[in-house]
Design a protein around this ligand. Structure first.
Ligand SMILES: CC(C)(COP(=O)(O)OP(=O)(O)OC[C@H]1O[C@@H](n2cnc3c(N)ncnc32)[C@H](O)[C@@H]1OP(=O)(O)O)[C@@H](O)C(=O)NCCC(=O)NCCS
Length: 171
């Protein structure tokens, strides 16, 4: 690995919701992403969401270092199965700093994915609750997300409500 230590956490454990962490079975751990997760199936979990493509360890570490250089902005959470050492779920909160609402902050929930073999165990719900905690702790006045219609009821079960629709222009 390059200059960065493989067990460097992307953000401090003070942003980990203790009640969500305690609610996990003993062989699961909720924590920030670290470079070692490259070899622990993190990208494979994301591949269950969309195209990830080919990312070398070097590129992964460079990207991790960029995120690390923006404290308070990128929170990539993972749940690790401690028995296998594999990542089984992930989700990201991106904290946007706005001018409106007196320079308010909005949390953007992104890239929610649970390993196909681990779905239906409330891991997705726990990731969302843990991202809600980070949103509140970083002073966001709301968390928002885009999702496909077939996932709407999952987010309703996580306490979210439909507030409009998403527009896109792809480049
Ligand atoms: C969507 C996803 C994250 C859900 O994770 P999960 O761990 O399987 O879901 P949970 O076990 O936490 O589900 C919580 C509740 O939502 C329900 N639920 C989960 N996915 C659902 C869906 N797609 N539609 C309706 N309800 C759903 C569960 O039945 C459960 O309900 P219950 O409390 O009444 O039992 C997971 O299926 C996944 O990774 N999908 C592929 C990637 C993806 O689509 N990500 C979302 C991008 S917007």
């Amino acid at each position: 690995m390059g200059s960065i230590e493989s067990n460097t956490l992307l953000f401090s454990s003070e942003f980990i919701d203790p009640s969500v962490a305690d609610s996990l079975a003993p062989d699961y751990a909720l924590r920030a992403l670290k470079p070692a997760d490259y070899s622990a199936g993190f990208l494979q979990v994301l591949a269950g969401l969309t195209t990830v493509g080919t990312i070398s360890a070097e590129t992964f570490n460079r990207h991790f270092e960029f995120l690390l250089s923006r404290p308070g902005e990128y929170f990539v959470l993972v749940i690790e199965n401690l028995l296998t050492g594999k990542i089984v779920a992930t989700g990201t909160l991106l904290v946007e700093r706005k001018f409106i609402h007196e320079c308010g902050r909005v949390g953007h929930i992104e890239d929610i994915a649970v390993d196909t073999n681990e779905r239906g165990k409330k891991l997705g719900l726990k990731i969302i609750h843990a991202l809600d905690y980070i949103g509140q702790k970083t002073g966001c006045y709301k968390n928002i997300l885009d999702c496909s219609p077939h996932n709407e009821q999952f987010y309703v079960k996580c306490g979210y409500s439909n507030d409009g629709f998403e527009m896109v222009k792809r480049f």
